[in-house]
Design a protein around this ligand. Structure first.
Ligand code: DUC
Ligand code: ZN
Ligand code: ZN
Length: 479
């Protein structure tokens, strides 16, 4: 199958050009001057399909490097399976995810990796890779870090919060970092001080402060800044590269910026929820249906921060200045009925997470419209940097000959209404939308995954199992 996308504005992180894009089979074969002439040969007359992208952007497919499909967590499991979550991602212009294999204390890392490969096999709508979560860092886990590298798992996530579930102590973190420093892999960190949070949560519940709002107040920015600083110091000690996930506090950004300015290999990721949503507007929300429990829809960790304190504004600024390098979703959806409502009388029992995998490309494009980031930076933070950060660049994250045919045609004159109402868009397996009512001045028109059109004109044309496992190399930000 040969497809030619004509007359679009090709947007790479390095710049834009009016060009035609030829996809041959699963691969981009050529990027041509508009008009599709190649040494007098009429390309358009010799392909199977021509897609007219006049007036539209032609961008590399989105890469969401932080998702938790069907993750067992908080006494339940994330409501999107690999099948439903990757299909929703495709609807929103994301053509690759990197999900997390979970290892809880006592479990064997390689056994868990094998289990996650089996869960995802034949299910995904788009390409997928894996990071590996390590909780207790057993001797066998350190050996597994070398073995997994050969399998294309080049990043390992540790948690400084969730005691008894995921938390690794500083000694365990140091051990894993020493291994990463020696084998070239990336350490990803959930940076919140778990002991402090556990104490504040206990005190809040004892005082009768049980509503979702207190999820935010018991995970203060100081707990994020402190843990971020500690993670940076341990990375400095060991020489490991460090990627801090879901940064939400401006003070944590400052720690990352300081370390980067000092020459350390430290990177920061934020998520759409920390750019748009807040403690005051969402976590404190009440509705007729849910009363003061409405805020449970937005219980995630790190938590939504105060708009009065200016975290959201600072996060957009940090994306512009490259103090924060990329945007993932931390997609971890739970339904209100039967999942979030486990915490009706105790916010600490609300499963942590919100669903955004479908909307990340749109929400960040709105940042272009609102002049928060440039068009090229949109592509960079949603596709190119994730590809480079996690060893996929060249095949992913760029429109160039030799790259996978993962291409999105985005209409800047289109419109997307997010949510469940009439004419709105929502395909994730949830009974609510964390983004209900958001209006986007743009629209994902066509999504092509390895040369196959899987979304076109608001129709889903893909099939379960289209997506393939992507073995990843080392981060291209490291020497
Ligand atoms: N935070 C969430 O909100 N959900 C999944 C795990 C995490 O760290
Ligand atoms: Zn986390
Ligand atoms: Zn996460």
């Amino acid at each position: 199958m040969k497809t030619l996308i004509t007359n679009g504005l090709v947007v790479n992180s390095t710049g834009t050009a009016l060009a035609d894009v030829l996809i041959d089979g699963e691969t981009i074969a050529a990027v041509l001057a508009p008009g599709s002439q190649l040494l007098g040969f009429d390309v358009a007359a010799n392909v199977d399909a021509v897609i007219d992208a006049r007036g539209k952007y032609v961008i590399p497919g989105g890469i969401d490097a932080h998702t938790h499909m069907e993750m067992p967590f908080g006494g339940t499991s994330a409501s999107d399976t690999f099948e439903t979550g990757t299909r929703a991602a495709a609807w929103g212009g994301t053509t690759s995810i990197v999900d997390f294999v979970v290892q809880y204390a006592g479990e064997n890392v390689i056994d868990q990796y094998t289990l996650w490969q089996a869960k995802a096999a034949g299910q995904c709508a788009i390409d997928y890779g894996f990071h590996q979560i390590l909780s207790d860092v057993q001797d066998s886990s350190l050996v597994a870090m070398d073995e997994l590298l050969k399998e294309g798992v080049s990043s390992f996530k540790l948690f400084m919060a969730y005691k008894g579930v995921f938390l690794s102590d500083d000694g365990q973190i140091t051990k894993a970092m020493q291994k990463a420093a020696s084998n070239g892999s990336m350490i990803m960190m959930h940076a919140e001080n778990g002991s402090v949070i556990d104490l504040l949560v206990q005190q809040a519940i004892a005082a009768g402060n049980t509503s979702p709002y207190f999820h935010g107040t018991t995970r203060p920015w100081q707990a994020e800044e402190e843990a971020t600083h500690r993670a940076i110091m341990l990375a400095n000690l060991t020489g490991a590269p460090l990627y801090v996930v879901h940064v939400s506090a401006k003070q944590a950004v400052a720690q990352i910026a300081t370390a980067r300015d000092a020459g350390q290999n430290v990177f920061g990721e934020t998520c759409p929820q920390y750019l748009y949503l807040s403690l005051e507007e969402q976590l404190a929300a009440s509705s007729t249906e849910w009363g003061t429990f409405e805020g449970a829809k937005w219980v995630c960790s790190t938590p939504l921060r105060s708009r009065e304190e200016g975290h959201q504004h600072h996060m957009w600024q940090s994306l512009r200045t490259n103090d924060i390098q990329m945007v993932s979703t931390d997609h971890c959806p739970f339904c209100m009925k039967g999942q979030k409502d486990m915490g009706l009388n105790d916010f600490s029992k609300i499963p942590n997470g919100i669903g955004s995998v479908e909307h990340r490309m749109d929400l960040l494009f709105q940042g272009v419209v609102d002049k928060q980031i440039s068009l090229e930076r949109w592509v960079e933070v949603t596709s190119t940097t994730p590809a480079r950060m996690f060893g996929m660049y060249g095949k992913k994250g760029v429109i160039q000959p030799g790259a996978d045919g993962d291409v999105v045609i985005y209409d800047p004159n289109g419109h997307t209404s997010i949510g469940f109402g009439e004419g709105r868009s929502h395909h994730m397996n949830m009974d609510y939308s964390a983004w209900e009512g958001f209006e986007i001045d743009g629209h994902v028109d066509t999504v092509i995954s390895r040369g196959k059109v899987i979304v076109d004109d608001d129709r889903y044309l893909g099939t379960k199992g289209d997506g393939q496992y992507v073995p990843r190399g080392l981060s291209q930000y490291l020497i």
